[in-house]
Design a protein around this ligand. Structure first.
Ligand code: OSB
Ligand code: MG
Length: 371
């Protein structure tokens, strides 16, 4: 394949339900969609699921666009490649900027699987025909409102419910959810907001009694030592998210015992190529993984579904149905979950039809390079 054209679309979709984490609240999202065209006219699509603000990661839509235009696009237009991993070497000298790289890497995998005429999941080495879907629920205005959200998603069949927590919104919502749903798989995600104090240790230890499947990223992203110290005192497994942005971080996690489960996000790790390597490394170290989300539009969501079909994705992934976030997605059909399971598509490429007209309607800026 030779990349003859690259288009970047900054596309805005409104969220059907505002989403609040320990750091911020959102009502719409701008993601950058990447389209590759090869010499035969085949297309590959990727998504840079960066946020507008640098609160989850240091990257933003603006920084991703800058790095894409200045460093990644010039390195790939006109380039011939046989495998996505080979194409990824063209931007390997760019440090960081994983979200930006991920959009291009995803477009390469999408093009590659389309040209090979096989489903993306097959190209990636996935074996499952369906994947278990978990749902991530934001911080709500009241515990009653949260219970209503949990109830709606449990009724819809979601296999796991993740609750965002922050200081002042932790023990009580967890207690209430556990009391109302004693058998539901529940986990919590702090997005790194707690400081490493005795009070936090005590709080986390008191969460042990609720039988949570994991506590995701309680401490700041770089603080592996605090996670290791906490894990040694907890029964509940710690899952790392923000902490792990490259393969070396998995080595650190394992060496220190900083957690027992890994959330692999395609965006956070710089693409499917690295995510695959992370999957293998974690498997060899005895660390089960699941696929986290960044509220992706359908393109990124399709990649998450395909990735989740690999064998070591052993916990439900954040691959909830498109309709949880978007009234009309950029792919057709939208991703759906039936009784909490998402079917892995068997059609070639992403396995869904990308809707260029709907993307155009919702695009706030567009740039094209090459022919
Ligand atoms: O920590 O997993 C997270 C969304 C934005 C930023 C961080 C996180 C999330 C989610 C979204 O939890 C899950 C999804 O995409 O369904
Ligand atoms: Mg998380």
């Amino acid at each position: 394949m030779k990349i003859v054209g690259v288009s970047l679309f900054v596309t805005r979709l409104p969220l059907v339900h505002g989403f609040e984490t320990s750091s911020h609240r959102k009502s719409h999202l701008d993601h950058i969609l990447v389209r590759f065209t090869d010499e035969s006219g085949a297309e590959g699509w990727g998504e840079i699921a960066s946020a507008t603000d640098p609160f989850y990661s240091s990257e933003t839509v603006d920084t991703a666009l800058l790095v894409a235009k200045k460093y990644i696009v010039p390195a790939i237009v006109g380039v011939e490649f046989e495998t996505p991993a080979q194409l990824a070497t063209t931007w390997a000298r760019v440090r960081g900027h994983e979200f930006a790289k991920a959009g291009f890497d995803m477009a390469a995998w999408s093009l590659y699987s389309t040209v090979r005429n096989e489903p993306l999941a097959t190209s990636l080495g996935g074996t499952r025909t369906e994947v278990a879907a978990g749902v991530s629920l934001g911080i709500e205005a009241s515990i009653d409102a949260l219970l209503e959200e949990v109830s709606r998603h449990v009724d819809a069949g979601y296999r796991r419910v993740k609750l965002k927590i922050k200081p002042g919104w932790d023990l009580e919502p967890v207690r209430a959810v556990r009391a109302a749903f004693p058998d539901q798989d529940v986990h919590v995600d702090a997005n790194g907001i707690y400081s490493d104090t005795d009070a936090t240790t005590a709080l986390m230890r008191s969460l042990d009694e609720f039988g949570l499947s994991m506590i995701e990223q309680p401490y700041a992203p770089r603080n592996f030592v605090a996670h290791a110290t906490l894990q040694a005192r907890l029964d509940t497994p710690i899952c790392l998210d923000e902490a792990v942005v490259d393969l070396d971080d998995i080595g650190t996690m394992v060496a220190l015992g900083a957690g027992k489960i890994l959330n692999i996000k395609v965006s956070r790790m710089g693409g499917l190529t690295v995510a695959l390597a992370a999957h293998d490394l974690a498997r060899d170290a005895g660390i089960p993984v699941w696929c986290g989300g960044m509220h992706e539009f359908g393109i990124g969501r399709a990649a998450n579904v395909a990735l989740s079909s690999l064998a070591n994705f052993s916990y439900p992934s954040d691959v909830s149905a498109s309709e949880k976030y978007y009234e009309k997605d950029v792919i057709s059909p939208p991703v759906t979950a039936e009784d909490g399971m998402v079917t892995v598509p068997v059609a070639a490429g992403l396995g869904y039809t990308v809707l260029p007209d709907w993307i155009a309607t919702n695009t706030i800026s567009h740039e094209h390079y090459g022919v």
